[in-house]
Write a protein that binds this ligand. Structure first.
Ligand code: FAD
Length: 321
C-alpha cells in the first residue's frame, strides 16, 4: 500500500542540510508511489521550499515562527506534532543528526509510535520495506520491519543517495499558522565555536589523527593534507582526551559518525568505539607504526610506518600532481 510520508528538512544557517535530500530519497522508497510532504521549520524558511521539491518532495509545508529561529526540542516538536495532526502521514523521516537524535524520541513518545533510528539502508519498499541499522557499535547489522502503526525512521547522513536534482519539478507550498506556546527554553543568542573549513559530518574526505599524533602541533600536517584534499580533520577520543584537539573533532561511538569517500586514519589504533564512527567509510587508509594495529583490519590500504614521514610524502606527491 502506498504511504504519505512527512520528511523534515533540516536547515542550518539558512541552508538545507544534505541529509534532508537523502531523507526524501528514503521517503520515496517507503512511500511506494505515495505523496512526499517536505516540512521546513524556522523563522524565515519559505524561500527554501523549492529545493525540497527539486529533490523529490511533492509538496512542502513551512512553519515560520520567531521561536523556531533556533532549534529547541520543545518548539520543533510542537510544530511537527501540529503538522502531523493536520497531515496524518503514515510515515516520518528525519536525519540522524544531533537535531534528529534529540527530537525523534520525543516525537515518537508523543505519537506512541516505534522509532527505527540510524538507518543506513532500506531494502524493498512500501509495507515490505526492511530498515537496516548498525548495532553493537557497528559490529553487526539488524533488519527491522515495522509491522503496524506509523513508520518513523531516522537516517544516518551520507548513506542513502539523494535523488537527482530537478529544478523543473513543481509542487505547492503551504504555510499553516501553528501556535508555539509554553516553551521551557527560549534561545536568546547562539554563540558558535568557529570551526575552520569543511563540516566534518558531511566531508567527502576525512584525515583523522589519534594519540600517535602526539601533540597539538602534530595535527598540522594532517590539516595540510585535509586542506589539499578538500576535506576535514577528525580525531580519535585518545587524541581529544590528550588535549591535542577539540572534542568537536571526535569520531566514534561517543563522537561523530562519518561516512566519507576517503578516511585516512593516522596514529589511531582502531578501538571498537572508534570504528563505530568510521568503518562505513568507502575507502579507509590507515597509517600506523604497529603492523598489528586493529585499524588495519578495516583498512582498504594499510601503510606501516611513521605518520610524520608518511604524511609529508603524501602531501609532496599530491602537490606534484
Ligand atoms: P591509542 O590506542 O593509544 O593508539 C595510538 C596508535 O598510534 C597506536 O596504534 C600506535 O601504534 C600508533 N602510533 C604511535 N605513534 C605513531 C606514529 N608516529 N606514526 C604512526 N602511528 C603511530 N574512542 C574514539 O576514538 N571515539 C569514541 O567515540 C570513543 N568512545 C568511547 C566510549 C567508551 C564508553 C569508551 C570506554 C571508550 C571510547 N573510546 C572512543 C576510546 C577508545 O576505546 C580508545 O581508547 C581510543 O579510540 C584510542 O585512541 P587512539 O587510537 O588515538 O590511541
Amino acid at each position: 500500500m502506498s504511504k504519505k510520508v512527512l520528511v523534515l528538512g533540516e536547515v542550518r544557517e539558512g541552508v538545507i542540510r544534505n541529509v534532508s535530500y537523502e531523507s526524501i530519497a528514503a521517503a520515496k522508497q517507503i512511500a511506494d508511489g505515495g505523496e512526499i510532504v517536505g516540512l521546513l521549520l524556522g523563522d524565515s524558511v519559505s524561500s527554501l521550499a523549492p529545493n525540497l521539491i527539486a529533490y523529490g518532495a511533492d509538496r512542502v509545508v513551512t512553519v515560520e515562527h520567531p521561536h523556531l529561529k533556533s532549534y529547541t526540542s520543545d518548539g520543533y516538536s510542537q510544530a511537527i506534532l501540529a503538522v502531523y495532526e493536520k497531515e496524518k502521514p503514515e510515515a516520518i523521516v528525519i536525519g540522524h543528526t544531533s537535531l534528529g537524535k534529540d527530537l525523534s524520541p520525543k516525537i515518537s513518545s508523543r505519537l506512541k509510535s516505534g522509532l527505527v533510528s540510524d538507518v543506513t539502508e532500506i531494502e524493498g519498499s512500501g509495507d515490505s520495506a526492511l530498515f537496516i541499522r548498525p548495532i553493537y557499535s557497528g559490529k553487526a547489522f539488524e533488519k527491522v520491519k515495522v509491522k503496524e502503526g506509523i513508520v518513523f525512521i531516522t537516517i544516518r547522513p551520507n548513506n542513502i543517495a539523494p535523488l537527482e536534482k530537478d529544478a523543473s519539478r513543481s509542487g505547492s507550498v503551504e504555510s499553516p499558522a501553528v501556535e508555539i506556546t509554553n516553551l521551557r527554553t527560549i534561545i536568546k543568542e547562539v554563540i558558535r565555536k568557529t570551526t575552520e573549513g569543511v563540516d566534518l559530518s558531511e566531508a567527502k574526505v576525512v584525515v583523522a589523527g589519534g594519540r600517535g599524533v602526539k601533540s597539538e602541533e602534530g595535527f598540522e600536517p594532517l590539516k595540510e593534507l585535509a586542506n589539499l584534499l578538500g576535506g576535514a580533520v577528525g580525531a580519535s577520543r585518545g587524541a581529544c582526551d590528550a588535549d591535542y584537539c577539540d572534542y568537536s573533532l571526535q569520531i566514534g561511538q561517543t563522537g561523530k559518525v562519518v561516512t566519507p569517500d576517503l578516511y585516512i586514519a593516522a596514529g589511531i589504533s582502531g578501538a571498537i568505539q572508534h570504528l563505530a564512527g568510521m568503518s562505513n567509510s568507502k575507502v579507509i587508509v590507515a597509517i600506523n607504526k604497529d603492523p598489528e594495529a586493529n585499524i588495519f583490519k578495516v583498512a582498504d590500504y594499510g601503510i606501516v610506518g611513521d605518520l610524520f614521514e608518511v604524511i609529508p610524502l603524501m602531501i609532496e606527491e599530491i602537490k606534484a600532481l
